[in-house]
Structures are given as C-alpha cells and as structure tokens.
Design a protein around this ligand. Structure first.
Ligand SMILES: [Cu+2]
Length: 111
C-alpha cells in the first residue's frame, strides 16, 4: 500500500462509525428459554436499522420466524444468530418460534 491508500483506509475506519455504518445500529437481544422468548415484547425505535441477536439457551433448535418482518432463521440449540430488521414503521410486529408455536410467541413494537 502506498501512503495515500493508507490514509484513505484510516480515514474510512475513523469515519465509518460516525456515519452510522455499520457499527452504529441499535442492538437488542431476545433470549429463548424453555421455548419462550424473553422479552415477550421488545420495544425498538422506529425508523432505523436494528441488529437483533437471538440467543437460544435451550438445548433444542428453534426457528425465529416472522411473516410481518419477513424473516426466518434457524438457531441451533445453545447458539446465537443475528438478524437485521428495519427500518420499521411504528407498529407491532409478531414473531414466533416455528418449532414450538404454542409457547414461542413474541412481539416487536416499533415506536
Ligand atoms: Cu419456518
């Protein structure tokens, strides 16, 4: 790398967080335990991207799924996944665990 390239790279790394990309997303975690989501209702800000970690503390696999958020992702037992959602309009968005539909129900509220 020549000097100019190094300056550009350093400049980018310095500016990226200030520009809100990609480190600056709001981060939230939903825990799965005994096939229930915690919190059952997660409040997030409307109008911005959200980084959602789904932390499955059960030994069994679950599938984080939401028609309203258009997301579907398997999380193995005792593993975590990351899901990016939004920017959301203000409102309620239901999600569920497709492998344990009766118990695993949750809502994300954007406000
Ligand atoms: Cu599914």
């Amino acid at each position: 790398m020549n000097g100019l390239v190094i300056y550009l790279v350093i400049g980018f790394l310095t500016l990226a967080p200030a520009l809100g990309w990609p480190q600056n997303k709001e981060s939230y975690t939903i825990v799965i335990k005994n096939h229930h989501f915690d919190p059952a209702q997660l409040n997030v800000p409307a109008g911005q991207k959200i980084k959602l970690t789904v932390d499955n503390q059960d030994p069994t696999a679950e599938e984080f799924e939401s028609f309203e958020l258009n997301r579907e992702k398997i999380v193995s037992g005792n593993k975590k996944i990351t899901v990016f959602i939004g920017p959301l309009r203000p409102g309620s968005y239901k999600y569920f665990g497709d492998f344990h539909l009766k118990e695993a129900q949750g809502t994300i509220v954007a406000q």
